[in-house]
Design a protein around this ligand. Structure first.
Ligand code: ADP
Ligand code: MG
Length: 726
């Protein structure tokens, strides 16, 4: 029995939004109600435990067993009040998703009954049977077990009936097996490297915090239409589908009124997120039809990233209740915009200074410039590995796709900051850096306009843009764990700050004032970056590819090749010096990256070939038969084929496309067989890169057939149906 596509589409079109329960209280009253935050800690922990826990969170002091038991006791009490029955360590293995294994609170009471129990040991450490998580060979032997350990920096939360404990996931031999561990190491590395510099300006500062504000883009598709597309279901993207006559060319979706069904979904998602302490702030329609975005208020990077992971899970659950499926794939539809995850990144001190924004006085401005310039230098030195950090089989469809950042990492500064940097190179090193407007204009001053934050250009073609008080890493994929990119960025900046401090110390030792020493150290760095990594032009243009190559930036577009940057000597030196990754971890992670790349392409290739043979060719043959029958009938009645030119022409074209589909699918199968025989992950990934190109090529005749074949016979929901129903 074939599916009636028209019926499916009609039913999807008339669906109404389910009623959403909106809390009667104000947001501030239910925000974080399901989080064991400081307020709950104060309420449920005894004073001694509370103090020890705060010292652990704020000062990084180790947690002893007694404190852990005390914390567990309080958490259990709170959890039971919320009808919680289970507990899980919640972690982020290298699968790009989270993992959890629930255990009930119950224990035998020794009298044939059960009691609820939860102690410090269960809170702090678990040993999940994790042998099937990707580890790149680190856990190849059965002795090499892994364990999860509580991350007290990210508060425990309740989801459904389960107490979720954010944890790191490490091998017994100490290597990180997850995203969180290296992220935490990188956050420490950047604080350690930044603090000695900050303290020259602000002796009160004792900590530098790394901030993340993510913007999550996604598509929504009606679930009944989704279920009729094996490619969407299995790979998260459409492997075929002719462009809709109307897509995004009228720019009528971006910021348009949010459709009612979508608004209901967003509302419910927001309420759930707010209860979990995720401060969602912004929601809007994105550029492509059925594409949307949300963003929270930024926060400490480790926590903010956990919240992003949590939201990505929540989205799927909530969408289901609204008859939608969320697509987090970077390029679910060809020919229209894909989805990214802008990572807004900045540093701040515990004394309230934002290090990526101009200060209140010349000193503050100098501190800002110090960090600003060193970030640029770090991005320049490690542009290859930064690109590798956002590269994946799925993001590959987006990068360079003429709507997303190109596969070249450069930094956008905006007119103001470009002018400031040029000016610095010209003036004497003791020139104070003033904020124009406060002190008026006077020749010789380096001026940063006061309305700066609102004044930055909006160049959407840059992968790494300065936006007034932060840098926005825009090349990150929508389905990615932000930690991959942030860890690399933090490590690169930390290394650069260490080098800068050494150079600065030499200038200071020569007896220069702080201002002159800083300026003298910054000047050669500025001169080295201004015409290399800094680029404000159109990143989508063909000229930029040439120009970037000339400037010595990495222009590699093949994903398996990009990963190699991680194990280059300069990258290994950067990661090991900052304590972010060991060389063994880098090697292991690359194995995982290649392996994941291979499997993703392999799955797509299989789905593509099967759909070609089981869906597309049969539909095309059915229509061809219909046409031929019509011609035969004509021949029977009129004794000739004089008026059958169109039918015959279509038959020939259909036949040619069918043959092309069949030949390409078979050739791809053969190449897959050859690739599968390759042992080494890298070489195999390179072979699969070739197969990824074949998938694209196979798509073309299929999309041409969609244009030719009778609409009634086409077995897959079309782009115009998937993209305009919500
Ligand atoms: P746009 O789409 O214009 O870039 P959005 O409002 O969608 O802006 O998102 C901006 C994101 O940047 C939000 O998550 C916001 O919290 C975050 N952000 C703002 N200031 C900073 C900062 N100093 N450091 C890190 N993130 C920031
Ligand atoms: Mg943004």
């Amino acid at each position: 029995m074939s599916i009636d596509r028209t019926d499916l589409v009609r039913k999807a079109f008339v669906k109404k939004a389910p009623a959403v329960e909106i809390p009667e209280e104000k947001i501030s009253e239910y925000f974080a109600e399901r989080v064991f935050d400081r307020a709950k800690m104060r309420k449920y922990l005894d004073p001694e435990t509370l103090q020890a826990l705060f010292e652990c969170i704020d000062e990084g002091k180790p947690l002893d067993r007694k404190t852990a038991d005390g914390v567990a006791r309080g958490m259990k009490e709170w959890a039971l009040e919320h009808h919680v029955t289970h507990v899980t360590h919640w972690f982020q293995p290298l699968t790009e998703g989270t993992a959890e294994k629930h255990d009930s609170f119950i224990d035998m009471d020794g009298h044939g009954g059960v009691i609820e129990s939860f102690d410090g040991k269960a809170l702090v450490q678990q040993e999940p049977d994790a042998s099937s998580f990707p580890n790149g060979g680190i856990r190849a032997t059965f002795e090499a077990r892994g364990y999860t350990a509580w991350d007290p920096m990210s508060p425990v939360f309740i989801q459904w009936d389960t107490l979720c404990i954010p944890t790191v996931f490490i091998a017994y031999t100490g290597e990180a097996l997850d995203y969180k561990t290296p992220l935490k190491r990188s956050i420490k590395a950047i604080s350690d490297a930044a603090l000695p510099i900050v303290r020259l300006f602000d002796p009160e500062a004792s900590k530098v915090q790394c901030n993340l504000g993510w913007e999550q883009e996604y598509f929504l598709v009606d679930e009944d239409l989704y279920a009729a597309r094996p490619d969407l279901m299995i790979t998260g993207r459409t492997l075929m589908g002719h462009m809709s006559s109307k897509s995004q060319q009228l720019d009528d979706h971006y910021f348009a009124a949010i459709p009612a069904r979508v608004a209901a979904f967003m509302r419910e998602l927001e309420v759930e997120s707010l209860r979990l302490g995720i401060p969602l702030k912004t929601r809007h329609n994105e550029v492509a039809p059925n594409q949307f975005e949300m963003a929270p208020i930024f926060g400490e990077a480790n926590l903010s990233n956990d919240q992003n992971q949590l939201v990505m899970n929540l989205m799927h659950d909530v969408a289901h209740r609204h008859g939608f499926v969320v697509l987090l794939h970077e390029k679910p539809f060809d020919g229209i915009n894909g989805s990214g995850k802008h990572c807004n990144w900045s540093l701040g001190t515990d004394t309230g200074r934002m290090l990526m924004a101009p200060g209140r006085d010349p000193e503050g401005n100098l501190l800002f410039l110090t960090f600003f310039v060193n970030v640029l230098k770090a991005v320049q030195r490690h542009n290859s590995v930064l690109k590798a950090s956002i590269a994946s089989a799925t993001n590959a469809h987006r990068l360079g796709g003429n709507e997303a950042p190109p596969a070249i990492i450069s930094a956008f500064l905006g007119r103001t900051m470009t002018a400031v940097l040029h000016k610095i190179l010209e003036v004497p090193s003791d020139t104070p850096i003033q904020i124009a407007g406060k002190k008026g204009r006077s020749v010789g001053l380096i001026e940063i306009p006061e309305i700066f934050v609102d004044n930055t250009d909006r160049n959407r073609t840059s992968p790494f843009a300065f936006t007034g008080n932060r840098f926005e890493f825009r090349a990150v994929g929508s389905s990615a764990n932000c930690a991959g990119a942030l860890t690399t960025l933090n490590a690169a900046v930390a290394e650069q700050l260490l080098d800068f401090k050494q150079a600065l110390d030499r200038e200071l030792a020569a007896g220069k004032t702080l201002q002159v020493a800083v300026m003298d150290t910054l000047k050669p760095i500025i001169a080295s970056v201004i015409d290399v990594v800094c680029f404000d032009g159109n990143g989508y243009s063909a000229e930029w590819q040439q120009e970037a190559l000339r400037r010595g930036l990495d222009v590699e577009t093949r994903v398996p090749e990009m990963f190699k940057a991680f194990t280059r000597p300069d990258s290994v030196a950067m990661f090991t010096r900052t304590g972010v990754y060991t060389e063994k971890e880098l090697l292991a992670r690359n194995e995982v990256k290649w392996d994941t790349y291979i499997k993703k392409v392999q799955i797509e290739s299989r789905v593509m070939a099967r759909m070609a043979v089981n869906h597309i060719i049969p539909a095309a043959l059915e229509y061809k038969t219909l046409l031929l029958k019509e011609v035969a009938l004509h021949q029977q009645v009129f004794g000739n084929q004089d008026e059958c030119r169109t039918e015959l022409d279509m038959v020939h074209r259909i036949s040619a496309y069918i043959e092309e589909v069949s030949d390409r699918a078979e050739a791809m199968r053969q190449n897959r067989k050859r690739a599968n025989a390759i042992e080494a992950e890298y070489e195999k990934a390179v072979a699969y890169y070739g197969i990824a190109q074949e998938i694209n090529a196979l798509r073309k005749p299929i999309d041409n057939l969609e244009e030719l074949v009778d609409n009634k016979l086409w077995p897959l929901p079309k782009y115009r149906e998937l993209l305009f129903i919500s």
